[in-house]
Design a binder for this molecule. Sequence first.
Ligand SMILES: Nc1nc2c(ncn2[C@@H]2O[C@H](COP(=O)(O)OP(=O)(O)O)[C@@H](O)[C@H]2O)c(=O)[nH]1
Ligand SMILES: [Mg+2]
Ligand SMILES: [Zn+2]
Length: 326
Amino acid sequence: MSKPKQHPITPLAVDLEPGLVVATYGRHCLVETPEGRRLICHPRGKKNQVVVGDQVLWQIAGDEGSIEKLQDRRNLFYRQDEIRTKSFAANLDRVLILIAADPEYSESQLSRALVAAEAERITPIIALNKSDLAQPFAQAWERLAPYRAMGYKVMPISLSPRSPVADDGVQALCALLQGLTTLVLGPSGSGKSTLINRLVPDAQVETGEISLALNSGKHTTTSTRWYWVPALDTPNAAHAARTALIDSPGFQEFGLHHIEPTRLADCMPDLRAHVGGCKFYNCTHLHEPGCAVLAQVENEEQNGTISVRRHRIYAQLFDELSQQRW
Ligand SMILES: Nc1nc2c(ncn2[C@@H]2O[C@H](COP(=O)(O)OP(=O)(O)O)[C@@H](O)[C@H]2O)c(=O)[nH]1
Ligand SMILES: [Mg+2]
Ligand SMILES: [Zn+2]
């Protein structure tokens, strides 16, 4: 009689619990359960490297958690931080690009952020802060004319409680964010912290708690974080319908290297509107005869729909993305 075949001992199915990644630091992260409990989790293996906004399945391991599964992402926003390591946020509904009348914003960086959002098919919103600074604001608003013309929502706001203007525009902006998950991006000094503190009453407390939990104090001030925005939600709103802001440091160079140069025009709505009219199907819109994009670039003789500045930014980016390939 043959011995019964030995089966390897299969572990009892353990309960995997769902969670949302609300902060990351290095390889570990902070996960929030549907009940609102937060715990430190470690990804199991290299595969489960997570970013803020990720939905995961985790299991308890001591008093911390282990991430067992990363759920599929709807999208993944690419950017780079000061030390040039890539970092991301996932599953976004909107990217809010917060710039201000002062300090003066870089149009090139604004365009890069917009391209990064378009490439992942995430709707961007531009907010121009400090409308109380009348003169620089008027100038900055004028510089944004091409972005309004190409269909972006450009919201004038004043976040400063010190210098209230008749309509600070914050309500109109909030109406665009309600019930959605929004990544907030912008240069230093544009008002990101002011916005978060205004909409998230406990933001400072939460930030402190996260830093403590991740036990890396000063470093975590530059990490990406998720905040629920109770100010915009009705009590007991379902989890999925709640409003969230993701704060991310800086407005540095965006890692656009994942975008093919030939895709670039499609990520710029003012150019995109005309690429169909070019004579050559593989037109680069830089020098070709019969280029419908070049025909739209404003100059002294013509009054086209593409600003000279935008086309210059396109040409610079095209060059940069082409060089990276060699
Ligand atoms: N005049 C004016 N100053 C503002 C406004 N919003 C924010 N500030 C100021 O701009 C500075 C930078 O704001 P902060 O929120 O720290 O910007 P962050 O670097 O993007 O986080 C602070 O001194 C704010 O008080 C505004 O609407 N008008
Ligand atoms: Mg700040
Ligand atoms: Zn062309």
